[in-house]
Design a protein around this ligand. Structure first.
Ligand SMILES: Nc1ncnc2c1ncn2[C@@H]1O[C@H](COP(=O)(O)OP(=O)(O)OP(=O)(O)O)[C@@H](O)[C@H]1O
Length: 225
């Protein structure tokens, strides 16, 4: 099986205020080109799992593979680079820098990676914005655009380094139904037209049931790995 992301026997404990076994031997994979969603009650461990899968949290046992490469045990510096190159992340809140232009916000992760000239990065950023139908906003300040537009800018920023997987932690959680539908359609197009793999934590059943697969979490366990 060709996995973009594979978790093997992931266990995590929170030690304070008292020991809490939050993820219990979680094993599953996301196939290349798959659009998967994670659902489960509040407190079932979805966000905790996603932070491990996105390599932001390294305090766990088990093994995590990204593009068939073992990433568990790498240094924070190595992980920062692996993450920036391979994983796009969209949160419930957009985390745009409000004083910067839309274009500058989208360019930032590519500048950090430092593999392309500013001119190439700017061209790529324009292309991502056009793809998401917000090219006309490039020179607007991020603080001046609507909530739905901000989330699309956040998606453009997540795509700037051409990641192999796009992850979302309730990416439609702050949006009305019209903008949620927009985000779903963007994700679906990315899968269908570019073969991108996606993994999205959501409470939105209407969103989840239209993905390729719903991964159900309950009390730190995946019910259908
Ligand atoms: N830093 C922490 N220390 C101790 N316990 C924590 C910590 N972070 C989360 N928890 C607990 O771990 C459990 C899982 O939390 P997590 O945020 O992963 O759940 P979730 O399924 O994403 O919930 P929601 O749908 O509400 O976002 C919860 O019981 C939560 O209270």
């Amino acid at each position: 099986m060709n996995f973009v992301l594979e978790a093997k026997n992931i266990n995590k404990h929170f030690r304070k205020p008292k020991d809490f076994h939050v993820l219990k031997n979680v094993s599953f994979g996301v196939k290349v080109g798959e659009f998967a969603s994670i659902m489960g009650k509040s407190g079932s461990g979805k966000s905790t799992l996603l932070y491990i899968l996105s390599t932001m949290d390294t305090d766990y046992t088990g093994e995590l593979f990204l593009n068939n490469e073992l990433v568990t045990g790498k240094t924070h510096q190595q992980l920062s680079r692996i993450r920036n190159k391979n994983i796009g992340f969209v949160f419930q809140f957009h985390y745009l820098l409000s004083e910067f232009s839309v274009l500058e916000n989208v360019m930032l992760p590519a500048k950090k990676l430092g593999e392309k000239s500013n001119q190439e990065i700017e061209r790529d950023a324009h292309q991502k914005l056009e793809m998401l139908h917000i090219g006309h906003l490039a020179h607007q300040r991020a603080s001046r655009i609507s909530g739905g537009e901000k989330q699309r800018v956040a998606i453009a920023r997540a795509l700037i380094n051409d990641p192999t997987i796009l992850m979302g932690d309730e990416p439609t959680g702050n949006l009305d139904s019209h903008n949620s539908e927009n985000v779903f359609n963007i994700f679906k197009n990315l899968k269908e037209q570019q073969g991108l793999s996606l993994l999205v934590v959501t409470h939105d059943e209407d969103f989840a049931k239209r993905t390729d697969r719903i991964i159900q979490m309950e009390d730190g366990i995946i019910l259908n790995p």
